[in-house]
Design a protein around this ligand. Structure first.
Ligand SMILES: [Zn+2]
Length: 211
């Protein structure tokens, strides 16, 4: 069964996704990474994406779905896909469900759940590496990156006003998707307000039932 990872910014979703992807040899689908990869390709879809990116436009829902469809064709029957950060809104969820059905894939949603208060605290206090973009929580006390030794900075868009807008978008657009999958019995919730190791532990226990 494929997995669809949900969680608001600051939930540690990316970190957890990387951990389980490595451990279970999952094929990760992350829209941003897939876009960058396709833009390098000399295919009709690659050219289309390249022109959208070069024009500075946002990739719309239709193109995102085209990208997923393209990706699904490359996936084997026994592969397990981890979708990260998608579907983000209701209309995407509907097309996503249709595509999954078309390719005969079943999936389970996993929500790394934190409150908006915790998200706000984590996002306003985190720092990122200027060079390699590794993210560090407030608990990391050094001033340089543990990976590349570069300076740690606060992101420009990690200010309260910008974070409120991001969290609102999540509440208005993504939360209804989560609730829909919950009603359909396709959502596992994990407490994301614990230490990384404990979130990981809970996630592993939950995955025993679906992988
Ligand atoms: Zn670094």
């Amino acid at each position: 069964m494929d997995l669809v990872l949900f969680g608001m910014q600051g939930s540690g979703k990316g970190t957890q996704g990387n951990l389980i992807a490595k451990r279970h040899n999952l094929k990760t689908f992350e829209t941003g990474a897939e876009l960058r990869k396709l833009a390098q390709e000399d295919s009709p879809l690659g050219k289309k994406i390249k022109s959208i990116i070069e024009a500075g436009r946002l990739v719309d829902n239709e193109v995102v779905m085209e990208i997923i469809e393209n990706f699904m064709k490359s996936i084997g029957k026994n592969d397990i896909v981890l979708f990260d950060g998608l579907p983000r809104k209701m209309e995407q969820a509907e097309t996503f469900d249709t595509l999954m059905k078309k390719f005969g894939r079943e999936f389970m949603g996993i929500l790394i759940e934190i409150s908006e208060k915790v998200a706000m605290k984590r996002l306003t206090t985190r720092r990122i590496c200027k060079k390699c973009k590794e993210v560090y929580p407030a608990t990391y006390k050094e001033n340089t990156c543990a990976k590349c030794n570069s300076e740690l900075i606060t992101r420009n868009d990690d200010n309260v006003e910008a974070i409120i807008i991001r969290l609102q978008a999540y509440r208005n657009e993504t939360l209804p998707v989560i609730q829909k999958y919950e009603r359909e019995g396709k959502m596992i919730k994990i407490n994301g307000e614990q230490a990384i190791e404990n979130v990981d532990k809970d996630l592993e226990i939950a995955l025993k039932h679906v992988l």
